[in-house]
Design a protein around this ligand. Sequence first.
Ligand SMILES: *[C@@H]1O[C@H](CO)[C@@H](O)[C@H](O)[C@H]1NC(C)=O
Ligand SMILES: *[C@@H]1O[C@H](CO)[C@@H](O)[C@H](O)[C@H]1NC(C)=O
Ligand SMILES: *[C@@H]1O[C@H](CO)[C@@H](O)[C@H](O)[C@H]1NC(C)=O
Ligand SMILES: *[C@@H]1O[C@H](CO)[C@@H](O)[C@H](O)[C@H]1NC(C)=O
Ligand SMILES: *[C@@H]1O[C@H](CO)[C@@H](O)[C@H](O)[C@H]1NC(C)=O
Length: 479
Amino acid sequence: MGRLWILKWVLLVGVLGCCIEGLGVNWGTMANHKLPPKTVVQMFKDNGIQKVKLFDADQSSMGALAGTGIEVMVAIPNDQLVAMGDYNRAKQWVQRNVSRYTFDGGVTIKYVAVGNEPFLSSYNGSFLNVTFPALQNIQNALNEAGYGDTIKATVPLNADVYNSPVNTPYPSAGRFRSDINGLMTQIVQFLSKNNAPFTVNIYPFLSLYGNDNFPFDYAFFDGASNPVVDMNTGIQYTNVFDANFDTLVSSLKAVGLGDMPILVGEVGWPTDGDKNANAGNAYRFYNGLLPRLAANKGTPLRPGFIEVYLFSFLDENGKSIAPGNFERHWGIFGYDGQPKFGMDLSGQGQNKLLVGAQDVQYLPQKWCMFNPNAKDLSKLADNIDYACTFSDCTSLGYGSSCNNLDANGNASYAFNMYFQVQNQDELACNFQGLATMTSQNLSQGTCKFIIQLASSSPSLDDSFVSLVSMALLFTAMWV
Ligand SMILES: *[C@@H]1O[C@H](CO)[C@@H](O)[C@H](O)[C@H]1NC(C)=O
Ligand SMILES: *[C@@H]1O[C@H](CO)[C@@H](O)[C@H](O)[C@H]1NC(C)=O
Ligand SMILES: *[C@@H]1O[C@H](CO)[C@@H](O)[C@H](O)[C@H]1NC(C)=O
Ligand SMILES: *[C@@H]1O[C@H](CO)[C@@H](O)[C@H](O)[C@H]1NC(C)=O
Ligand SMILES: *[C@@H]1O[C@H](CO)[C@@H](O)[C@H](O)[C@H]1NC(C)=O
């Protein structure tokens, strides 16, 4: 009986070829041209993804997820944390963004993320006083509405909330950051009381970024030539993910909660915008991570299953690049839902492609380029600046996919990115006579000159506007 069951299971996995249990993805929507939510949700289904983490509770995303059975983490952005300090507002939020979707055939909400990395050092403590009250109010409101057993509030935190002392830089010596140790202790005690998980974002790429002394191989999972030995435990670490995760395990242990469930809210590798951000390194990273997850390997201090959300599903060209140019290139899919590199979500390490978005609607095959006949080039730099301020030129930088263009190529790239953001409006390809349109694909080598997505089915407002403009056009023709 047991053997037969195993055989059936093996056959089933073989047939479906899919997927790592508990594997989730982050779905961010900070892009000026977005795939229709229904298309994105179809991609989740086609790739066997059963868990999704959002950064808000946007109606159109939630609507598309309804009835799919996909488990969802909805979120409260940092700028709403102050408001959630008022219990009635928290109750309203739960009513509007949780209860509303919990009907039969609605959205399977599992978690509410309260804020997003609110204690990042770069926020200068702006959210230190508002996060814990918001967390308490949201969980209490969930409990009061009867969801306490099924929906947990948690706070996705950056790994910079804990560290090891400089003189004992080992995972086993991990502690919460000294300036927030008291606050972190209260938060984890509250999470524990409600059986909610600790959520942490771990970024081996960022360990490497901006630190040329960081041992390159230690960012990946295929073995480092010089393992880091924890002098307290004797454990050898061959990758920074394990070391980082175990530093958190030790930090929790130090406040008496060593067994608290930990969920990795974000982990991934970007493909452009830095010398180490490219498809090859991303492939190497995921090709190490996914088989470990599939095998429930865990870490030295926490062997076994880890719930993980990959960052990210799609590229987002509207993200702030304050942390670096790579911020807009975290997707395992590009802006248009096409896979960027081989990836095997079953964790079997095969070099196969994910299933891309179906029936993607693009704008026409038109590009904007530097006008080779332009005479006065004195305003060229200003115009490139303008184009890049209102579009995305992060692929032009050092070590990026378009860094090898010549000066004219740079101008063309910038002009085209702006032209596409402006839906190929002719007026957006002028730049004081420095630009001209072309139907020739200007892509060269690794540098892609993109065509943007056609805007998805117009909303009521848009069709109203176009009706009005059509009426105006007709009036103009008759005058
Ligand atoms: C529900 O979530 C949306 C999207 O994140 C947000 O704009 C809205 O303010 C929330 N509703 C309430 C009542 O707080
Ligand atoms: C934090 O402080 C630094 C230096 O004082 C400042 O440059 C930065 O803009 C501040 N960031 C925020 C989010 O307030
Ligand atoms: C947070 O509260 C503490 C103590 O009440 C206060 O000293 C501090 O200025 C507050 N910080 C912010 C950013 O509001
Ligand atoms: C193109 O632009 C990039 C980014 O602004 C710059 O680093 C590079 O030097 C430029 N190339 C030329 C030939 O002007
Ligand atoms: C332009 O050419 C590149 C390859 O050079 C290709 O990947 C891309 O799909 C082409 N774009 C369009 C819109 O055909």
